[in-house]
Write a protein that binds this ligand. Structure first.
Ligand code: SAM
Length: 303
């Protein structure tokens, strides 16, 4: 199928866990094992030509190394030791773009299995507070293992419905950043059996989209919130641009941030501030990212 062909043409991305090592050390280690480092890619197109043991630094994200589609690091020492996180490039965008400060208070609203949580912790240099919620106990236990291996220590895991987390509770009074990566149709995931299929059940999409909007509206209720990043691995506007537009309509105090000007694939319709990712344009899974920011008025901070 077309889908399978696309899956083969997507390079393999590996995020270097800067809580445990550096990009330079990983490159040296791999070179000693016979991998051949090709330098940093200058254009997305460069990533199409990787084969065998060749690898490159990514065009956009500094902590990302790129390998040929056939490479598999699941049994590699650096993966088992938590130095490498096996994470598609598109799914590295949310934490990178949210860019919470070292020492900040951050919520990862739908966090399991925790790849974005560990990325947030790396950006925060393991300092501050990272509140991570998930409804699914089993996924949360996988997540504990993953975070332990990755050396993350600034987190607090809770088996809790994010929609029931009280934004006014004292422990969240300093939360300025939220990453919201809620359940979605997964239609952008190329390795799923029906990934990218056009035959999504309309009712299911409707329910997902209502849930996603509910979560996004809830995130904006945290009193000190400055920015929220909303992401899905869906290709459906109903779960992406339409959720963001409905949320902005309901929350006039927030606006979209124009993300990553050099990123080639943009949100559909008028929402060009947002990012899209795809197998064909960005050589990643299908993905969507938006960032909403609280509008500041000249009188802010004076009252
Ligand atoms: N951010 C994760 C990562 O990068 O590893 C992936 C998150 S996955 C797309 C969505 C998660 O949301 C699932 O683990 C699911 O259990 C969780 N979830 C669904 N509804 C939720 C709710 N109401 N509150 C908290 N978590 C929820």
């Amino acid at each position: 199928s077309v889908q399978d062909k696309n899956a083969h043409s997507i390079p393999r991305y590996v995020r270097v866990n800067t809580l445990k090592t550096t990009v330079e050390d990983v490159i040296d280690y791999l070179k000693r094992e016979g991998y051949s480092y090709q330098g940093t890619a200058r254009r997305i197109e460069d990533l199409r030509h990787l084969s065998g043991k060749m690898f490159m630094g990514d065009v956009h994200l500094r902590d990302l190394l790129v390998f040929s589609a056939k490479m598999d690091f699941h049994n590699h020492y650096l993966y088992k030791a938590g130095h490498l996180i096996l994470q598609d490039k598109a799914s590295c965008l949310p934490a990178y773009l949210l860019d919470p400060p070292v020492g900040g208070h951050v919520i990862d609203a739908c966090a399991a299995p925790g790849n974005k949580t560990s990325h947030l912790a790396a950006v925060m240099k393991n300092k501050g507070k990272l509140f991570a919620f998930d409804l699914d106990a089993k996924r949360l236990s996988t997540m504990s293992t993953l975070l332990l291996r990755a050396g993350v220590t600034c987190h607090q895991l809770a088996n809790q419905d994010f929609l029931k987390v009280d934004p006014l509770a004292p422990e969240y009074k300093d939360v300025k950043h939220i990453l919201l990566d809620p359940s979605c149709s997964g239609s952008g995931m190329v390795c799923l059996p029906d990934g990218g299929s056009e035959e999504q059940d309309g009712e299911r999409l409707q329910a997902l989209s209502a849930f996603q909007l509910h979560c996004l509206n809830h995130a904006l209720r945290f009193p000190q919130l400055q920015r929220v990043v909303y992401s899905t691995c869906s290709i459906h506007s109903q779960e992406n641009e339409e959720v963001v537009s409905a949320c902005l309509e309901k929350n006039p105090g927030f606006r979209l941030v124009h993300l990553f000007p050099e990123w080639p694939e943009r949100g559909h319709g008028p929402l060009t501030q947002c990012l899209r990712a795809s197998t064909t344009e960005t050589l990643t899974h299908g993905f969507f990212v938006a960032m909403l920011e609280r509008q500041t008025t000249p009188s802010d901070g004076e009252s």
